[in-house]
Design a protein around this ligand. Structure first.
Ligand code: GDP
Length: 310
């Protein structure tokens, strides 16, 4: 069993690569729920949807989120009647949110996610890290902001002072996560190249998740989302800087120090490998297409196997 921790776009790319080299029943993708929110009366789970659509081969290749070829009639109509349009919901994507919101009245988020994934042909286990609410609050120089207010409405402009994960203290880990971690053939745990602050940290803030990782029976490997001192996409580098951390792959490795057994850096950052205190793999981590995703997945799994035999 391979357990991959993922946020949205960056994480989903590696999860999709893993899905091409690992049998579906051997892959569990554990997904952040800190970005989830209620909007227009619907439950929106951006990271779960990005992973689900990417694994289904339905993701919008330009944005990385949303559905390929989706239309925007709903948003246009909402605008015409003066509705709230700051958060984009494509027409076909809307069906996911409506159906999820309906099903949540009867079942847990894990069960809803399983049901939606099966309907879209996703055979891997995609599990929310928790079925309970964990909400990321971004503490900024302009005051505390709900995650989507910071990320979408304010386009990550305010400077970040810190992050709070509301509900993480008391949230239980999901059964899907716990079962995957207890799998008799657990081979590797991978932190995909997701934003360490906004995507991975909310999951690690759940004490049951942290405890489970601390007593792991397989190597834990993190892949750097920072390449050549910059994020491929999104505010990872900006947040590192605002929090006074090194804006580099080394800075990411520092964040995970004491938790990980191996770290993967891009070839562009080969000269930083010696700064990392755990074994490293230097390889191409930029995933521009399917073959890059597959190659990175293979390399990470080989690296995990080498750590198991050390
Ligand atoms: P979000 O929730 O949609 O922001 O997605 P994630 O947290 O999963 O991913 C955002 C991170 O993915 C950013 O820090 C990017 O630098 C990183 N990222 C995106 N594409 C790639 C890639 O091809 N390679 C690597 N190494 N990182 C990537």
């Amino acid at each position: 069993m391979i357990v991959a921790f993922s946020g949205g776009v960056g994480g989903a790319k590696l999860a999709a690569g893993l899905a091409t080299v690992v049998k579906p029943e051997r892959l569990t993708v554990v997904v952040n729920v800190g970005d989830d929110f209620e909007h227009l009366g619907l439950r929106i789970c951006p990271d779960l949807d990005t992973v689900m659509y990417t694994l289904a081969g339905l993701a919008n290749p330009t944005t990385g989120w949303g559905l390929a070829g989706d239309t925007a009639s709903f948003m246009a109509a909402l605008k015409e009647i003066g509705g709230d349009t700051w958060f984009h919901l494509g027409d076909r994507d809307l069906a996911t949110h409506v159906e999820r919101s309906r099903l949540l009245a009867e079942m847990s988020l894990s069960e809803v996610t399983l049901s939606l994934c099966r309907r879209l042909g996703v055979r891997q286990a995609v599990v929310p890290v928790s079925d309970e609410q964990v909400r990321t609050i971004v503490r900024t120089t302009e005051g505390p902001l709900n995650f989507q207010d910071y990320f979408v409405r304010r386009r990550c402009a305010p400077s970040v002072l810190g992050l709070t994960f509301e509900g993480a203290d008391s949230a239980a880990a999901s059964d899907g996560f716990l079962q995957a971690m207890c799998h008799p053939q657990l081979e590797a745990i991978i932190f995909c190249p997701s934003n360490p602050h906004l995507s991975i940290a909310p999951m690690l803030a759940i004490s049951e998740v942290r405890a489970c990782l601390n007593s792991r029976r397989a190597p834990l490997i993190a892949v750097s989302p920072i390449i050549g001192g910059a994020a491929v996409k999104g505010p990872t580098a900006k947040i590192q800087k605002e929090l006074g951390l090194q804006v580099s792959a080394s800075g990411v490795a520092d964040l995970y120090q004491g938790l990980i057994d191996g770290f993967v850096l891009d070839v562009q950052d080969a000269d930083l490998a010696h700064t990392v205190s755990v074994p490293t793999l230097v390889t191409q981590t930029l995933m521009r297409d399917r073959s890059d995703r597959k190659n990175l997945a293979k390399s990470v799994l080989e690296f995990a196997a080498s750590l198991r035999t050390r």
